[in-house]
Design a protein. Structure first.
Length: 154
């Protein structure tokens, strides 16, 4: 059975950048609704420590705010591969270390799992410890779609 890690990323002190953490907290409370080979992890703002976390899993699903020029609260699910690395229409992170750099390091040391992203379009990433109304109003829909994706795809 494949080991699956679902990792929420973000900074809850930076408004919509906290969406990944918000969602992973909700998923952790519901972890008994999922297969036992799925581990839910609060990855904080990510960083280089993710490299060794990735090594524990065969498949990783990252949940994070990403700017793909959508409407606030829109979401995308996709596989992270070389095509995504070069896509200039996606701004992956506001965190201390760009997630793509972490993925490249994982690949170089042969600790890169199969990687997927569930990205949510933020409205605002400022210094405030709550989501914008736009994301707060869509959080249950986003969570529902995320749960569906985890159960059917992973």
């Amino acid at each position: 059975m494949k080991r699956i890690g679902v990792i929420g990323l973000g900074n809850p002190l930076r408004q919509d950048d906290g969406i990944g953490i918000n969602l992973i907290e909700k998923l952790i409370r519901k972890k008994n609704n999922f297969a036992k080979n799925i581990e839910f992890i609060d990855g904080g703002t990510g960083g280089i420590s993710l490299v060794h976390l990735f090594a524990k899993f065969d498949i990783v699903l990252l949940i994070d705010a990403i700017d793909f020029n959508g409407k606030p609260g829109d979401f995308k699910f996709f596989k992270i591969d070389d095509k995504v690395y070069s896509d200039k229409n996606i701004n992956f992170t506001t965190h201390e270390v760009n997630i793509l750099n972490v993925l490249k390091i994982s690949e170089k040391i042969d600790e890169k799992p199969e990687l997927y992203m569930f990205g949510i379009q933020p409205k605002k990433i400022g210094f405030k410890n709550k989501l914008t109304k736009e994301l707060e109003n869509k959080i249950e829909l986003i969570l529902s779609k995320l749960e569906e994706k985890i159960k059917t795809f992973l």
